[in-house]
Design a protein around this ligand. Structure first.
Ligand code: ARG
Ligand code: ZN
Length: 885
């Protein structure tokens, strides 16, 4: 442990400005791995090569949690005095030039509960072995230079007992297999593409598979194989379809073809994250791979599509072109999230995907950016890199790429991305390289955009318009300001693209004519704000228009718009931009919430306006039912509290509930009509139209039950008659939240029906954990003793405890602090098992300073209690340390 670390466990920080090119590179890595859950033997040969310009730098290999058995140089075994081993490194002094460094180590995958490196999924006798190396897991498998700018060619030979581990897989193409004595067998894999160690993977076990084929646009025949355990293999068909759609889409939209003869995907229930893009051998959390109508919801179907796409797209944005160092993480993640978003937007609904992404951005990223864990999309320091797989790096990173897409246009962006892949194929790049490629391909200097990567905090954007009837013009003034964030007191102006249309009183877009420019037929313009403030003058505007600003949410800013309710209503009813239709309804709802919070009641006139908007959307058959459902769904409490100080979560809950109830009561008639009209037709169909109808129907059901407890009978009937999980779960959730009579036997019946299906039981945990009632805590505590709950399983922990702390603010923030105490105890317990999960849970305390003094003190007390403990993991120590700083 370092002496500079402030908390037990915390590692000293690494700084972006200290980056040095590696003094040693590895050209080839040969691994021979004898697999066994209790004791796996790893033999490696690294062909290392020193940078002649750094001839004085020793070879230091990363090595953690390894039992070192032997070290050799060019096949000569070294004596103990010829190398130095620490808990983190293996140093070979005196080595120069080129050599082959050999090591033999032993590891114990069955003891590896951190789920980094090589570990066991499932039971010792029936489970399978797999790896997770990003970001720094490879060093837990074998000593190596475990950094992303060291790219090597891998040859991997796996050996294991054939009966216990009939399936052996590693990255790349298969290169032979055979029998060995004693019932063992071997298989060899060669990956022709140099890759960083974080993309290494192996899998060994007894898994079933389904298989398909894809012929690339370049004519390569690719075997597609999905592997899962026996009970899950029947649920992999949708993922296979998604994979083929993703492969075709990346060819058509971005000209990117797959490059190996085989593409494997493996599903596991034991995974800390969503999925991992290991070269040619993606490993997925089963939650994002399995889907069938009886065991998955409509949301699951969409998530599978998105995550299968995401991991597949990494093959270019991440694998063929990787990151120079972990500060550049968003280079692959932001870009890949953007590609995933566009994939779903092209294949499903652009408007809906945008609404969902913006909701996530507001809830998770804006909150992160406003608290003690705020960091730039490209952080300038970290002490534990695993804590930087954040909403900022992923979602805000994707927003930056999206803005560049808006500014360059589809063709210009494609040109730029083509140049980026061409220039950097097979190497490790930086954010500067990315901007340079996009700029060079379009003869533009994009260096000003670097500020988006370097500056943390969410910009406020003010938009105010002024119509001049005499001059027949409309002036739109845009002003930006980014509030200070922790560690960054001073902020600069950013390039902010603002997509704008002007609507007439009936919502028809006007032709836009900017003063000083030739007239065009365009109805939408992207205005680029590059300074603190600018005014844009549109001419030939006869009457005061409704300004539709930030269309498609063209920049990740907090929009503050001087616009009255009547104009918002025009947008909500008529805006040709689907996102802004929803945005207008969301803005109206937020105003109602603010009034309810301030004065105990929403303003009747504003309420009536909003009711008319929603009523129109509910009755209009031309409105996508899913969009209508989104308009009916109020922002969650966390997002509504954005920007408030001294938050009283109970007051926020009450104000939110009051708005929901008032709307539901006023809309009861069309809600009921729509509910019945949409009933009973879609069964197990999972096409988008059927999903959209279910979404609206279940939104109507939830609203009706808030308006009048008698409607709970509708939920009872729906629960009994449902023939898909979406409807069954939606009804159950309504019944739980209404504390309906007989809900406990219904919960039991549900658990019985899905006994043994871990993913469905996780949803059952979440439904109970998110009941917006302080008594939910007792239920959650009791459920930690349920047979289907294991503290060692990240999905269980997130489904029960994560859902409680993140999606049940009313109960988590109980005034007596019991929710906080529960979380602190859970974190401490999990930290000794899966530190990454403990660290992630601890971010639920991130906003502690924003709460009213009593809760603030209670949260601080729990944080300090965790900080004072001995033996904190570096992951948790880092989060708690920064949260309290
Ligand atoms: N690269 C993976 C993905 O986004 C996520 C890996 C996360 N790993 C971690 N240690 N946090 O597709
Ligand atoms: Zn990713």
């Amino acid at each position: 442990m370092s002496s500079t670390a402030s908390l037990d466990g915390a590692k000293p920080p690494v700084f972006l400005r200290d980056y040095c090119a590696p003094a040693w590179r590895i050209r080839e890595i040969e691994l021979e791995i004898d697999l066994d859950p209790a004791a796996t033997l790893v033999v490696s040969r690294l062909a290392v090569e020193q940078d002649p310009a750094q001839a004085d730098v020793e070879l230091v290999l990363d090595a953690e949690h390894l039992e070192l058995l032997e070290v050799s140089i060019d096949a000569r075994v070294l004596g103990a005095d010829e190398y130095r081993a620490s808990a983190q490194t293996l140093t070979i002094p005196g080595l120069r030039g080129r050599s082959v460094v050999g090591t033999r180590v032993r590891i114990a995958p069955e003891k590896n509960t951190a789920l980094q490196g090589l570990y066991l999924s499932g039971s010792r006798d029936a489970g399978f072995l797999l790896t997770q190396c990003e970001a720094e897991g490879f060093r837990r498998i074998t000593p190596s230079i475990d950094r992303p700018d060291v790219l090597a060619r891998y040859t991997v030979t796996l050996r294991a007992d054939r009966a216990r581990f009939p399936l052996l897989l590693a990255n790349g193409n298969a290169d032979g297999a055979g029998e060995l004595d004693g019932g063992r067998h071997w298989a060899r894999f060669v990956d022709p593409y140099p890759k960083p160690s974080y993309l290494f993977a192996l899998v060994a076990g007894n898994l079933e598979h389904i298989e398909d084929e894809f012929v690339t646009a370049e004519g390569r025949r690719v075997r597609l194989v999905i592997h899962a355990e026996t009970d899950a293999i029947g649920h992999c068909g949708w993922a296979m379809q998604c994979l083929k759609m993703a492969m075709r889409w990346d060819e058509q939209r971005f000209g990117r073809c797959y490059d190996l003869d085989v593409f494997h995907i493996v599903a596991t229930h034991d995974f800390t994250m969503g999925a991992m893009e290991n070269k040619g051998l993606n490993i997925f959390n089963a939650k994002y791979l399995l889907a069938d109508p009886e065991h998955a919801t409509d949301d699951d179907y969409r998530h599978v599509l998105a995550v299968v796409g995401h991991e597949y797209f990494h093959n270019w944005s991440g694998n063929r072109v990787t990151c120079r160092d972990w500060f550049q993480l968003s280079l692959k993640e932001g870009l890949t999230v953007y590609r995933e978003q566009e994939f779903e937007a092209d294949l499903a609904s652009r408007t809906l995907r945008r609404i969902e992404d913006v909701r996530v951005l507001w809830r998770a990223q804006f909150a992160e950016d406003a608290g003690p864990l705020a960091h730039p999309v490209r952080p300038d320091r970290y002490s534990e890199i695993n804590n930087f797989y954040t909403a900022t790096v992923y979602e805000k990173g994707a927003e930056i790429v999206r803005m560049l897409g808006v500014v360059l246009g589809a063709k210009g962006f494609r040109r730029g991305l083509d140049l980026y892949f061409e220039r950097h194929d097979g190497s490790a790049a930086t954010v500067e390289d990315f901007l340079a490629a996009l700029g060079d391909a379009n003869a533009l200097d994009l260096s000003a955009w670097l500020a988006w990567y370097a500056q943390s905090g969410t910009p406020d954007l003010r938009a105010s318009g002024r119509h001049d009837a005499q001059r027949r013009c409309y002036e739109l003034t845009l002003t930006q300001r980014t509030p200070r964030t922790s560690g960054q007191p001073r902020k600069q102006a950013l390039p902010v693209p603002v997509a704008v249309a002007l609507l007439d009183a009936d919502g028809r877009p006007l032709r836009l004519h900017l003063d000083g420019e030739p007239a065009t037929a365009a109805h939408e313009r992207v205005l680029l704000l590059t300074s603190d403030s600018a005014t844009f003058r549109f001419i030939d505007v006869a009457r005061p228009p409704v300004a539709s600003v930030l269309r498609g949410y063209s920049a990740p800013v907090r929009l503050e718009q001087a616009i009255d309710a009547a104009a918002l209503a025009v947008q909500a009813r008529h805006d040709s931009d689907g996102f802004n239709r929803w945005f207008a309804t969301d803005t109206l709802a937020r105003r109602l919430f603010a009034q309810a919070l301030a004065s105990g009641e929403p303003d009747p006139a504003l309420l009536a306006t909003h009711v008319r908007c929603l009523d129109g959307a509910l009755r209009d058959p031309a409105v996508d039912p899913a969009l209508a459902a989104e308009m009916l769904t109020l922002a969650d409490a966390g997002s509504l509290a954005d920007g408030l100080a001294d938050i009283d979560p109970e007051a926020v809950h009450q104000a939110r509930a009051q708005v929901e109830r008032a709307l539901a009561i006023a809309l009861a008639e069309p809600l009921l009509a729509r509910y019945h009209e949409l009933s009973g037709s879609d069964g197990t169909a999972v096409d988008l139209a059927a999903q959209a109808r279910r979404r609206l129907r279940n939104a109507c059901l939830a609203a009706l039950c808030r308006a009048d407890p008698r409607h709970v009978d509708l939920a009872r009937t729906q629960r009994a008659q449902a023939c898909n999980l979406t409807d069954r779960l939606a009804a159950l959730s309504v019944l739980v939240n209404a504390r309906a009579d007989g809900v406990d036997p219904m919960l039991d019946a549900f658990a019985q029906r899905y006994a043994g299906d871990a993913l469905v039981l996780d949803k059952w945990f979440s439904v109970q954990a998110t009941e917006a009632d302080p008594r939910a805590l007792a239920r959650v505590e009791a459920l930690t003793a349920h047979a289907a709950f294991r503290w060692t399983n990240p999905n269980n922990v997130y489904a029960l405890i994560g859902a409680f702390t993140l999606r049940n603010p009313r109960a988590f923030h109980r005034a007596d602090g019991a929710g906080y105490r529960f979380l602190a105890q859970a974190i401490t317990r999990i930290d000794s098992v899966t530190p990454q999960v403990a660290a992630r849970l601890a971010t639920s305390f991130g906003a502690w300073r924003k709460y009213e003094p009593v809760r603030r003190a209670l949260m601080r007390h729990e944080l300090e209690g965790i900080a004072a403990r001995n033996g904190l993991s570096p992951d948790l120590g880092d989060i708690v340390g920064r949260t309290l700083a």
